[in-house]
Design a protein around this ligand. Structure first.
Ligand code: ADP
Ligand code: MG
Length: 734
C-alpha cells in the first residue's frame, strides 16, 4: 500500500481528535502499514492502543486484537465506535460473554468486511468455531496487546497467550504487532520467541515518568498513615494495592468508616459488583479504590493522583506497572509504598507451595524489590536501571531519596563482619538472631547457644540490630549470603561471600534507613489504631467536667446518664479532645446519631477547655478503629437494613442465634443504630415490648445486659429482653 503521511495525520485528527502523535506512534504505525512485524515497548499511558487502532482503520481487512481482559475489550470497542459514529459494526469483540445470536451478528459483520477491529480474548481466539469463522475473513494484521502475558517471568502470565502463534498460522499469517509496558529483557525475549517474530522492528520508548514521585515508607501503622494522606489530599483520586483480598476488604471498610469514599476491588467479588466498583471509580463517583493487582490493567483514568502499595509488590515489574497508573495526564502522581521485611518473609512463604523453578524466579524478583525498598539511591535511577535504561542525572528531584538524601557509607567492613559471623557458626540461624549477636543483644536463644561467648558478640554494637538486619539483607541480595526458605529462612554462607570476605571492596550503602519491624497483619489487635482504651491516660480535669455536663443534661433530658454517653466515650473524649462531629465519632461508643443528638455541648466544652488551657491536640485521633471482623458486621448491618429475618442472617454467617445476638449487641453498643422493629413487631407482643422498654428507660442503672437479664428473666424470654434492649439503645441511646 502506498503510504501517505498526511493521510495518517488527517485520520489521527478525524478519528481520534489528536493533533500530533505521541512519542514514536507514527514510526510504529508506518512500520505496520509497511507490513512489517513490530514489537512495541512503551510505558503504561504511552499510547499503545492507537498504534494498532489507527492502522486498522486504514488497512483493508480486519485487524485481530488479542487482549487479556473482557472488561477492557468492551471499553475499547465502545471507544472506537464513538470515534466512527454511525457504524456500530466497525469494531467488535469476541469472548465468552457473548450469546449465540451475538456471535452470529459479529460473524456477519466480519464476513461482509464492515469490521475493522476485532478484539478477542486468547481463549476465544483458540476456539475451533472462531478459528473457522476467521479463516474466511481477510486479516489486516494481528495485534497482541499486553504481550507480557506470554511470559511467566513476572506477573500476569496467561498460558493461552502461548498458543497465539499456531493459531495465527492456521487462520493465515499477517503482520504481527506485539505491545507491552514490560521492559525486562527476559520478558522481551520470551515474547519475540513465542510469537515467532525474530525480525520484528523493536520500538522501545523511555520508561521514565518524570511526573511521578516515588517514596518508600516504613510500614508502621500504615492504615493511619494512609487515612491521613487521603484526608490531606481531599477529592483526589487514588488506587491502593493490597496483596490479599482480605486486606482489600478490611482496608476499604476502614477507609469508609473514616469517611473516605472508597470501594474494594478483587477477583473474589461478584463480577457485577466488581464492574460497578470499577465504573464508579472511573466516573469519579468514588475517590479511592482499594484493590488487588487484579485491578487496573489497561485502565485509562488520566487523573489518578496517587497509587499506594499497602503491601510491598511481588516484583519491581508489577510495581512499575501499578505505579504507572498514576498521573497519566502528565500531572501530579504520587507513588507511596509501605515496606516491612516481614511482608517479604510472608511472600516467600507463599512461594513454597509452587514448583521449584517458579520459586526461584519468585524469590529473585522479591529480592530485587527488597533491594529497591531498602536502597538509599535515587529510586528513578534504580527503576530505570532495572528496565535496562540509564538515567543520566544523579538527582531526579522527585523521589524520597533524592529529596532527603541519606548519608552514604562504605559498608565493606560491616558486610565482611556479617559474612564471617555466618561462616563461623556450625549451625544456621535466622536473620534476627545473627543481627542480635552482632549488636550484642543477649537473648535466651543466644545464651542457649553460648553465642554471647563468641568474639562476634557485640562486635558491631555501635549499630542496632535493625542495622545488622539490613546489612544481612543486602548481603543476601548480593549473594554473599543465602537464605534457605525451606528451613525457616536460616542464613548460610556462599562462595561469593567467602570471596568478598577474602578481599573486600568498597560497597556504598545508605546509612540511616533504619526500617522497623513493621506491623503484623495477622494480629487483629494491631489493626486497632485508635488510641488505647481504658480509664487511664485521659485528662482527669476534663473528664470530670464532661461527667458534670452529662449529669446536667441527663436531668434536663430526663434520660439516664449512660444513655447520653457511656463512661468509655467520655474517657475517649478526655484523651482525644474532639472538636468536630467527625472527631467525636471516633470516640468509642459514639455513632453518627449520638454525636448529632448529644454531641454539641460536649464539643463546645472541649473547645473552650482546649483554648483556655492551650492544649495541643493529638493529630492522630482521625482514625476510627475498625471493629474486629468488620466485614461480618457490615453484612449484618446491611441485612438488617434490608429487613431480612434474623435467623436467615445468622445462618448465612454460620452463627447460632446466641452468637448472632452478641454480634448485633456489639454493633449497637459501639454506636451504630439498628432498626429491628420489623422483626420485633412481628414476633413480640407489643405490651411486652412496652414493659421491657420502660424498664430500660426508667429503672435500669446501666445498659448492662447481664443486670437486665437478672432483673427481668422471670417474666420474659431472654430473646425478648435482648431484642428490646437493642431497640432501646438504638432509639434512645444511639
Ligand atoms: P497504554 O495502552 O500505552 O497504556 P493508551 O493507549 O491507553 O496507553 O493511551 C493512554 C492515553 O494517551 C489515552 O488517554 C489516549 O487517549 C492518550 N493518547 C494516545 N495517543 C495520543 C496522542 N497522539 N495524542 C494525545 N493523546 C494520546
Ligand atoms: Mg493499553
Amino acid at each position: 500500500m502506498d503510504i501517505d503521511t498526511t493521510l495518517i495525520h488527517s485520520k489521527l485528527r478525524e478519528f481520534f481528535g489528536f493533533g500530533t502523535f505521541k512519542g514514536n506512534q507514527e514510526e510504529i504505525i508506518l512500520n505496520l502499514l509497511h507490513g512489517r512485524d513490530s514489537f512495541v515497548i512503551m510505558p503504561t499511558g504511552g499510547g499503545k492502543s492507537l498504534c494498532y487502532q489507527l492502522p486498522a482503520l486504514l488497512l483493508p481487512g480486519t485487524a485481530i486484537v488479542v487482549s487479556p481482559l473482557i472488561a477492557l475489550m468492551k471499553n475499547q470497542v465502545d471507544a472506537i465506535r464513538g470515534f466512527v459514529a454511525g457504524n456500530e459494526g466497525i469494531a467488535h469483540f469476541l469472548n465468552s460473554s457473548l450469546s449465540k445470536a451475538q456471535i452470529a451478528e459479529v460473524r456477519e459483520d466480519l464476513v461482509s468486511g464492515v469490521t475493522k477491529l476485532l478484539y478477542v480474548a486468547p481463549e476465544s481466539l483458540t476456539k475451533e468455531d472462531n478459528v473457522a469463522i476467521l479463516k474466511d475473513v481477510k486479516i489486516s494484521f494481528y495485534a497482541v496487546d499486553e504481550a507480557h502475558c506470554i511470559s511467566d517471568w513476572g506477573h500476569d502470565f496467561r498460558p493461552e497467550y502461548r498458543r497465539i502463534r499456531p493459531i495465527v498460522d492456521e487462520i493465515g499469517r499477517a503482520p504481527i504487532i506485539a505491545l507491552t509496558a514490560t521492559a525486562t529483557p527476559k520478558v522481551q525475549s520470551d515474547i519475540v520467541k513465542n510469537l515467532g517474530i525474530p525480525d520484528a522492528t523493536v520500538f522501545k520508548s523511555s520508561f521514565n515518568r518524570p511526573n511521578l514521585y516515588y517514596e518508600v515508607r516504613d510500614k508502621v501503622e500504615p492504615e493511619k498513615d494512609i487515612i491521613k494522606y487521603i484526608k490531606q489530599n481531599p477529592g483526589k483520586s487514588g488506587i491502593i494495592y493490597c496483596l490479599s483480598r482480605k486486606k482489600v476488604e478490611e482496608l476499604a471498610n476502614m477507609l469508609t468508616i473514616n469517611g473516605i469514599n472508597a470501594v474494594p476491588y478483587h477477583a473474589g467479588l461478584d463480577a457485577k459488583v466488581r464492574a460497578e466498583n470499577q465504573d464508579r471509580f472511573l466516573m469519579e463517583d468514588i475517590d479511592v479504590i482499594v484493590a488487588t493487582i487484579a485491578f487496573g490493567m489497561g485502565i485509562d483514568k488520566p487523573d489518578v493522583r496517587f497509587v499506594i502499595h499497602y503491601d510491598i509488590p511481588r516484583s519491581l515489574e508489577g510495581y512499575y506497572q501499578e505505579t504507572g497508573r498514576a498521573g497519566r495526564d502528565g500531572k501530579e502522581g504520587v507513588c507511596i509504598t509501605y515496606y516491612s521485611y516481614k511482608d517479604i518473609c510472608k511472600l516467600e512463604k507463599f512461594l513454597q507451595g509452587k514448583p521449584v523453578s517458579e520459586q526461584e524466579i519468585g524469590r529473585q524478583l522479591l529480592m530485587e524489590t527488597v533491594a529497591y525498598a531498602e536502597s538509599g539511591e535515587c529510586r528513578r535511577k534504580l527503576l530505570l536501571g532495572y528496565f535496562g535504561e540509564d538515567y543520566p542525572q544523579d538527582n531526579c528531584g522527585a523521589c524520597d531519596n533524592c529529596l532527603n538524601p541519606k548519608p552514604k557509607f562504605d559498608a565493606a567492613g560491616d558486610m565482611k563482619l556479617a559474612i564471617d559471623l555466618v561462616a563461623s557458626l556450625p549451625e544456621h540461624f535466622k536473620v534476627e538472631h545473627l543481627a542480635n549477636i552482632l549488636a550484642g543483644i543477649n537473648t535466651a536463644l543466644i545464651k542457649s547457644y553460648k553465642h554471647d561467648k563468641t568474639k562476634f558478640f557485640g562486635a558491631g554494637s555501635q549499630h542496632n540490630a535493625k542495622f545488622w538486619e539490613m546489612i544481612i539483607h543486602q548481603a543476601v541480595i548480593r549473594h554473599f549470603l543465602t537464605r534457605n526458605i525451606d528451613s525457616y529462612g536460616v542464613i548460610s554462607s556462599t562462595p561469593q561471600g567467602a570471596e568478598f570476605s577474602a578481599s573486600p571492596y568498597t560497597l556504598m550503602l545508605a546509612g540511616d534507613r533504619s526500617f522497623t519491624e513493621g506491623v503484623d497483619d495477622d494480629d487483629e489487635d494491631n489493626v486497632q489504631t485508635a488510641p488505647a482504651r481504658g480509664g487511664s491516660g485521659g485528662d482527669a480535669v476534663l473528664l470530670s467536667m464532661l461527667k458534670d455536663l452529662r449529669k446536667d443534661l441527663s436531668r434536663k433530658l430526663q434520660l439516664q446518664p449512660w444513655v447520653i454517653f457511656g463512661d468509655a466515650s467520655l474517657e475517649d473524649m478526655s484523651i482525644m479532645y474532639p472538636e468536630t462531629l467527625d472527631e467525636l465519632k471516633t470516640c468509642q461508643g459514639v455513632g453518627e446519631g449520638k454525636a448529632r443528638k448529644y454531641g454539641k455541648p460536649f464539643m463546645e466544652l472541649i473547645s473552650k477547655y482546649v483554648e483556655e488551657n492551650e492544649i495541643e491536640r493529638p493529630d492522630d485521633f482521625l482514625v476510627k478503629s475498625m471493629p474486629n471482623k468488620s466485614s461480618e458486621k457490615i453484612y449484618i448491618i446491611q441485612s438488617i437494613d434490608r429487613r431480612m429475618d434474623l435467623e436467615d442472617i445468622a445462618s448465612a454467617k454460620g452463627m447460632d442465634m446466641g452468637e448472632f445476638m452478641t454480634a448485633v449487641e456489639n454493633i449497637v453498643e459501639s454506636g451504630t443504630r439498628l432498626d429491628l422493629n420489623y422483626y420485633i413487631d412481628q414476633y413480640i407482643d407489643s405490651d411486652v415490648v412496652d414493659e421491657i422498654y420502660d424498664y430500660f428507660r426508667n429503672e435500669a442503672e446501666s445498659d448492662s445486659l447481664e443486670t437486665a437479664l437478672n432483673d427481668l428473666s422471670g417474666d420474659y424470654e431472654e430473646m425478648e429482653i435482648r431484642l428490646v434492649r437493642i431497640k432501646f439503645l438504638s432509639e434512645v441511646a444511639n
